[in-house]
Design a protein around this ligand. Structure first.
Ligand SMILES: Nc1ncnc2c1ncn2[C@@H]1O[C@H](COP(=O)(O)OP(=O)(O)OP(=O)(O)O)[C@@H](O)[C@H]1O
Length: 340
């Protein structure tokens, strides 16, 4: 539904050029909740703002339903934007207008009549569960309530796509959870495709079915959220996962020279099987669990363990091969007092 091909964006300033996006290629399917995660300055905002041309791409194409939106003139762009709602980190509500008027704003521009506006505003207030705040002003609302009004406004023209620019970054964890639940509900019940940019791993884990990791203007990893985060390969992705690390003082570890230290990743049902117990029994190796954690992505679990294996070299190899054969991901870690 949204296909980005060879997208570049260069900002030209008096003190030089900044290449914010470098050859971005992405495909976002209808009905996806697609997350784009990256560190500060990675190019997230620039990318999402190119999708509705709040930012003009320097080079490349962005197809929405097979129409290259980089080629649209002003009038065509205005029509296209009705189909793309957007919400922001700081809500961007009109402070002198109440909730009703904020939500009605895009409908007035589209010249809906008063009756239609009233009906649509009530429908949207119902959707975001803020019927009782219809005549309140933004200053009288909490951050979460303001974002709900912004969501209602973004959906007023019945868009097929909703762009979320760090929409939960200014909210506390409970409010973030309730906004994410609302976005998921909107995606499921209205079939709206959602594109989210964020630096918050929790947001991606909670609601995005697909994810792309952006670093220094390039997509460095992408795929199904579970696959990407249960087995990350790029260092930026790993930093978001906050993988268990072997950050153990050598003194605490004792003599590690005769230990094979491995990081084992268990996916789904394998996380519940007693495979460490099995290798101890079957291969007569010692297995010291050095650190570990369980994670949940969209209801699916995966776990990481860092284990020191000690014993006959061949049996340790056999134990590792057995774990791999059982579908676990086993990485050998170099021991130098810190993880890779
Ligand atoms: N209007 C602009 N003029 C010049 N450079 C810009 C402009 N906007 C962004 N940049 C630069 O482009 C790069 C990407 O910025 P962008 O805001 O897209 O990153 P980001 O990942 O959204 O960062 P953050 O999470 O901090 O908002 C940065 O180096 C930034 O300094």
């Amino acid at each position: 539904m949204i296909t980005i091909k060879g997208l570049y964006k260069t900002y030209s300033c008096s003190d030089g050029n900044t290449e914010a996006l470098k050859n971005i290629n992405l495909r976002i399917e209808k009905g996806d909740i697609f997350g784009i995660i990256g560190l500060s300055g990675a190019g997230k905002s620039t990318l999402i703002r190119c999708i509705n041309r709040l930012e003009e791409p320097t080079e490349g194409s962005i197809f929405i339903d097979n129409r290259d939106i980089t080629k649209l003139d002003e009038n065509e762009l205005r029509d296209m934007r009705r189909n793309i709602g957007m919400i922001f980190q700081h809500f961007n509500l009109l402070s002198r207008r109440n909730c009703r008027d904020n939500i009605a704003f895009p409908l007035k521009i589209m010249k809906y009549d008063e009756r239609q506006i009233e009906e649509r505003v009530d429908e949207l207030l119902d959707l975001v569960e803020l019927k009782d705040k219809k005549f309140s002003y933004p200053s009288q609302l909490s951050g979460g309530q303001k974002q709900r009004v912004a969501i209602a406004r973004a959906l007023a023209t019945k868009p097929e796509i909703l762009l979320c620019d760090e929409a939960t970054s200014a909210l506390d964890p409970n409010t973030t959870a309730s906004i994410l639940k609302l976005l998921k509900n909107i995606n499921e019940t209205l079939g709206i495709t959602i594109v989210i940019i964020t630096h918050q791993m929790e947001v991606i884990k909670e609601i995005c079915n697909k994810v792309a990791v952006i670093s220094d203007g390039r997509i460095v990893e992408e795929g199904n959220t579970y696959d990407v985060f249960s087995n990350p390969y790029h260092k930026v992705t790993k930093s978001f996962v906050k993988d268990v690390s072997l950050n153990i003082d050598k003194n605490t570890l004792g003599d590690a020279d005769d230990m094979e230290i491995v990081r084992i990743t268990f996916l789904d049902h394998k996380a519940k099987e007693p495979l460490i117990y099995k290798i101890i029994k079957k291969f007569d190796v010692e297995a010291n669990i050095l650190s570990g954690q369980m994670n949940r992505i969209q209801g699916r679990i995966y776990g990481n363990l860092v284990v020191g294996l000690r014993g006959n070299v061949e049996k340790v190899d056999d134990a590792i091969n057995f774990l791999k054969g059982e579908g676990l991901i086993v990485e050998e870690l170099k021991y130098n007092g810190s993880s890779d």
